[in-house]
Design a protein around this ligand. Structure first.
Ligand SMILES: [Zn+2]
Length: 238
C-alpha cells in the first residue's frame, strides 16, 4: 500500500521513495506526494530522479491502495531502488489555493443561504469552474457571494486536515451530495477539511493552511445555464 503523504501534508514538494513495482514506464511507490486526479482537482505533474536520470511524470494512477507514477519513458531499475519525487510546486500551489477558494465559497453559501448549492466544480491551473444550482442567482448576487468569500479570506481562518471515525463524522454535515453520502458510508476513517469557524467537509484534496494564502477571488464570468443552473469561473489575484 502506498502512503499518500499529500493527505497529511500538502506542502511536501520533494521526498525520497522506493519503487515497489516496476512495469516498463510505470512505477508503484511506497510513499507518494503526487496528487492523482480527483474531486475536481487535477493530477500533479513533476519529475522523478533515479541515479543520474530525470523522468517526467506524465500521469498519476490509482491502483487499489497503490499509487502508480507513469513516467515519460521506460525506467531501467530494480524493485526496492530509491528515487526522488519532485512535484511541480507552482502548479500544485495554484490548485491548493483554488481548491480552498471553492470550499470558502461553499461555506458562505451554506452559512448565508442555508444549503450547499454547488453541484460540481473543476480546478484548472489558472481558474476554476463552479456550478451552482440556485434559482434567481444573478451575476450581481454572485459578485456579492464572492465579496463575502473575500472577507472570509482576509479574516485569516486556519484550514485544518482532520481524520474522523464514522461515529465522530455521523452527526456532522460533512457531505452534501448523494454520491458523497454513499462514499462516506463505505469509509472507516473520514478525512475532513475544516475551515475554522466556517466550513467542514469530507475531502480528498490538497489545501492551503490559512485562508489568507488564497489571495483575492475574482469572478471572471457568470453563465446562466438555465432556471436553476448557473456556472461561475473564478480566478485568483495575490
Ligand atoms: Zn474539495
Amino acid at each position: 500500500m502506498t502512503e499518500k503523504l499529500y493527505l497529511n501534508d500538502s506542502y511536501l514538494r520533494e521526498i525520497n521513495a522506493k519503487m515497489t513495482n516496476i512495469n516498463g514506464s510505470e512505477i508503484t511507490v511506497d510513499n507518494d506526494i503526487f496528487y492523482p486526479n480527483g474531486g475536481g482537482q487535477p493530477a500533479d505533474s513533476g519529475k522523478v530522479l533515479y541515479k543520474e536520470n530525470e523522468y517526467l511524470v506524465k500521469d498519476i494512477k490509482k491502483d487499489g491502495e497503490n499509487i502508480v507514477l507513469v513516467l515519460d519513458r521506460v525506467i531501467d531499475a530494480n524493485e526496492g531502488d530509491e528515487i526522488k519525487e519532485i512535484i511541480d510546486w507552482e502548479k500544485r500551489y495554484a490548485h491548493m489555493k483554488l481548491h480552498t477558494a471553492i470550499h470558502i465559497i461553499d461555506g458562505v453559501l451554506e452559512k448565508d443561504y442555508n444549503s450547499s448549492l454547488i453541484t460540481g466544480n473543476q480546478i484548472y491551473d489558472d481558474r476554476a469552474r463552479i456550478d451552482i444550482s440556485m434559482e434567481g442567482l444573478t451575476k450581481e448576487l454572485a459578485s456579492g457571494i464572492i465579496e463575502k468569500a473575500n472577507s472570509v479570506i482576509s479574516e485569516g481562518h486556519e484550514v485544518n486536515v482532520k481524520f474522523l471515525t464514522k461515529e465522530e463524522a455521523s452527526n456532522k454535515n460533512l457531505v452534501r451530495t448523494q454520491p458523497g453520502r454513499e462514499l462516506m458510508n463505505t469509509l472507516d476513517i473520514i478525512r475532513v477539511i475544516e475551515i475554522s469557524g466556517l466550513d467542514e467537509q469530507m475531502d480528498g484534496g490538497t489545501h492551503v493552511k490559512n485562508t489568507t494564502e488564497v489571495g483575492r477571488i475574482i469572478l471572471e464570468s457568470f453563465e446562466n445555464k438555465g432556471k436553476q443552473n448557473k456556472r461561475l469561473y473564478i480566478k485568483l489575484n495575490d
